[in-house]
Design a protein. Structure first.
Length: 144
């Protein structure tokens, strides 16, 4: 649940801070986004949709373990025009990373050596279908 958000803008730099509480932790995220990238001449030539660059600082405080915190800093290039859209895109990216991590743990994706393009794509589709089905399952099955 998002507790609060605060936006600041100054000289081409937009800043958005959020605080979320839930799942046994308090997460503070600060999103920095700048569209003042004229100095990135080569990058703008190579990436025609490049509009800005961003950074996310994420601090997590674990409520069940007083004093335990983790910090993470992640950098991005973006094709959005403001910090709110950047924050939304960054959060979505973490969701995708989480799904890929789950697929690797459950199906051993990092060790899969399927090389034929069609076979690899078909296998990926089937794995995602199975993953989504299992994710939505609420019953617990045991072997007796």
């Amino acid at each position: 649940m998002q507790e609060g958000a605060h936006v600041k803008n100054s000289a081409g730099l937009q800043v958005l801070s959020t605080l979320e509480k839930g799942h046994g932790r308090i997460e503070r995220r600060t999103y920095y986004y700048s569209t003042d990238i004229n100095w990135m001449v080569d990058a703008k030539r190579d990436w025609t949709k490049l509009i800005g660059i961003g950074m996310v600082l994420r601090e997590v405080e674990y409520t069940a373990e007083p004093g335990k915190t983790t910090n993470e800093t992640v950098f991005y290039v973006g094709s959005v025009g403001n910090v709110a859209d950047f924050a939304r895109a960054a959060r979505t990216h973490w969701g995708v990373e989480s799904m890929h991590w789950s697929l690797d743990v459950i199906f051993g994706d990092d060790h899969n050596r399927t090389r034929e393009t069609a076979a690899a794509q078909n296998l990926a589709i089937v794995k995602r279908m199975v993953f989504n089905t299992l994710k939505n399952e609420t019953k617990i099955y045991t072997q007796k």
